[in-house]
Design a protein around this ligand. Structure first.
Ligand code: ZN
Length: 374
């Protein structure tokens, strides 16, 4: 008997012709032109939010809707954008991965990363495949990377991506757990605008972080929407005042507002796991020794997600490669398909990692300079 296929509403399988690597290769080609450039790298601004907030402020003629990689996370999408390759090529599918060689879970971020049981995951340096080249290497001038002073942007992955670019950070007002997003984002964009105004950098990359406010307040919250409105207005003013720059706008993924986020329990199957988990938010990888764990996770996730074994051929479509032999992906993969997928248990208002349109559709826009240099 054919098992009844669960109807998944609003699940988007990434279109391989519209994934972030395509954006990355386009940006790399643009490095050949002599015109000065500003690249806005948003974290957590979906296609619809970009359109909503920039519409009427800058020209959206030429705005394209791309799909994020799977899982829809920063550590999957940004390496694809910088290197111009797909997930399967750079191999980063989440912030944490399991190594069967060393029988341990490792993090690409910092020691702040914990597994599902709250245990710290060992930090590990990310080593780049020497054949991968960041688009920054093709820049005719030394790139400047401007961002808020965020701990996770100082980790090994970013060292490998940003190479010899000059890094300028906007200091946080207080401790990292009590951030003033209004202050930071305003200071960040004002700084970018003044640099363009005064120093005329050849290539300025501005990393604009909406990820944390969205997680904490939710995407549709008044606070998040006000931050987006403020930033888009400041950016639009910058673009209008400096029309002789090329501007690129890109994001890594969006987020979806969550309801009833709860912890995925692995306590009772602990002896059947190598390590608790890896992955990001709404795409979790469970490193299991037994079939029983598969059934258990499947029961817990229920109607809120898909649970697939690593050997499942459907995963090839999601990752763009067959994950069967890739260490960094658990042998059980849970993909959220609803807004209430059991997650970290941090009670975040919004999450990403899954395949809903809000998470996967990302904007890409190239606004060309008014006066082109030959
Ligand atoms: Zn992100």
């Amino acid at each position: 008997m054919r098992t009844k296929q669960k109807r998944v509403v609003g699940l988007v399988v990434p279109n391989p012709k519209k994934t972030p690597d395509v954006i990355g290769r386009y940006i790399r080609r643009q490095m050949q032109t002599k015109v000065n450039k500003v690249i806005f790298l948003f974290d957590s601004v979906s296609y619809s939010e970009f359109k909503r907030h920039f519409g009427g402020k800058i020209s959206l003629e030429g705005l394209k809707r791309f799909n994020s990689n799977f899982p829809t996370g920063t550590y999957t999408a940004y390496p694809s954008i910088f290197f111009g390759v797909k997930t399967g090529r750079h191999g980063l599918v989440g912030t944490a991965y399991y190594s069967s060689k060393e029988d341990g879970l490792f993090s690409l971020m910092s020691d702040r990363v914990t597994d599902l049981d709250g245990n710290k995951i060992t930090d590990r340096r990310y080593k780049r495949d020497r054949s991968l080249h960041s688009f920054l290497e093709y820049s005719k001038s030394r790139p400047i990377f401007l961002s808020q002073d965020l701990g996770w942007l100082k980790t090994s992955l970013w060292d490998v991506i940003l190479l010899n670019s000059q890094r300028i950070t906007i200091p946080l007002k207080g401790p990292e757990d009590k951030r003033d997003y209004d202050y930071e984002l305003r200071a960040l964009i004002k700084k970018a605008a003044s640099m363009v105004e005064k120093k005329k950098p050849g290539l300025l990359c501005v990393f604009v972080d909406f990820d944390e406010p969205m997680h904490i307040f939710g995407v549709k919250s008044a606070k998040t929407q006000r931050l987006l409105k403020m930033c888009s207005s400041l950016i639009a003013d910058m673009v209008k005042s400096n029309p002789n720059y090329d501007y690129f706008f890109v994001s890594d993924h969006g987020q979806i507002d969550q309801k009833n986020t709860k912890k995925l329990s692995v306590e009772h199957v602990k002896d059947k796991l190598y390590c608790s988990n890896g992955g990001v938010g709404r795409a979790r990888y469970i490193y299991s020794k037994s079939e029983a764990v598969f059934e258990d996770i499947k029961r817990q996730v229920g109607a809120s997600g898909l649970v697939l074994k690593r050997s499942d051929p459907r995963l090839k479509r999601l990752f763009g490669f067959s994950p069967a032999k890739v260490d960094s992906i658990g042998n059980i993969i849970a993909v959220a398909t609803s807004a209430s997928f059991p997650s970290h248990g941090w009670n975040w208002k919004a999450e990403h990692g899954g395949l809903s349109p809000e998470e996967i559709f990302i904007p890409f826009l190239h606004l060309k300079a008014k006066v082109r240099k030959s």
